[in-house]
Design a protein around this ligand. Sequence first.
Ligand SMILES: N[C@@H](CCC(=O)N[C@@H](CS)C(=O)NCC(=O)O)C(=O)O
Length: 219
Amino acid sequence: MIRLHHVALSRSFRVLWLLSEMGIEPEIVVHSITDGSLRAPDYLAKSPAGRVPALEIDGLTLFESGAITEYLCETRPDHGFGRPPSHPERAAYLEWLHFAETQAHLIANLNLQWVFLRDPAMRSPTLLKMEAKRLAITLSAVERALAGQDYLLPSGFSAADTMFGYTLLAAPHFVRLAPFPAIRAYRDRIAARPGWQRARALDGVQKFYAQDFYEVADG
Ligand SMILES: N[C@@H](CCC(=O)N[C@@H](CS)C(=O)NCC(=O)O)C(=O)O
């Protein structure tokens, strides 16, 4: 039994996509971020900060998407989605894998401000602009990395890409992708992968974003 604790369009998509690329369809437990259930004692026993993803697998319950990703790649190496310590791309693999969390942190700040504050008057336009700009800087780095190659690592598809999957879905709500042609081509390439398509079908309907794009009014 492999069970994924999941919220649609959240970091748990990273794990859903990686499992899907491995040909594994987990049992999915859908949670809500707003109903308090992630703070219930039985869920906190699985994920101590009350976050998704948590993955029940191999008799363990794992939290932290990056750790889950590394665990899955190390325990299921035949898929070739990790880069072991002896691999020449090991350092770049680890960098990109964790860079995704730098991006997710910025997205989380934007989500908090745009989506979760009850009173829009509490939003800080300064913070919104700052965080969107900082997210755009991270996308510039990805844009440069993708120049002349299909995936984040020169040798091809890896779990660095599946970690970036959440960014690919969420960042365009805050940063326009027009200045990033390599990322747009990458997005099309990713969308053609059967593993991505299966994961998207299982992801469910997202409940965060009521708008395609969140623009800070000038002034
Ligand atoms: N570093 C953690 C972060 C997990 C995380 O914050 N997940 C968000 C969804 S994207 C969440 O569960 N938020 C619920 C909350 O903050 O209450 C990971 O990568 O697994």
